[in-house]
Design a binder for this molecule. Sequence first.
Ligand code: SF4
Length: 90
Amino acid sequence: MSVNESLARNCYHPAESSHLTLRESLSEEQSALLEKICPAGLFQRDASARVKVHFQGCLECGCCRLIAGDDALAAWGYPPSGSGISLRFG
Ligand code: SF4
C-alpha cells in the first residue's frame, strides 16, 4: 500500500478554526522548511507567495512544531475534542 493510499483511509473531522497559527513574519527559510517537512503537504503558498496552512488535513504528527518551532508557529495544539483525524490502520 502506498503512503497516499494509506492516508486516504483516514477520516477527517475538521474544526471550524485552525489549531495551528503561523507567525506573520515567516522568513523565506522558515517558509521553505515548513513546505518541506509536513508529511501531508499542508503548508502551501498563496498567490502572493505567503505560506498558508490547510489545517483540515492535519495528521497531528507534530513535525512542524518540533522542527520549525515557536519561531515559525505562534500556536500549535490538538484540535478540539471530536475534531481532527481518526487514523485507520490496515
Ligand atoms: S502537525 Fe504534522 S501534519 Fe499537521 S501541519 Fe504539522 S507537520 Fe503537517
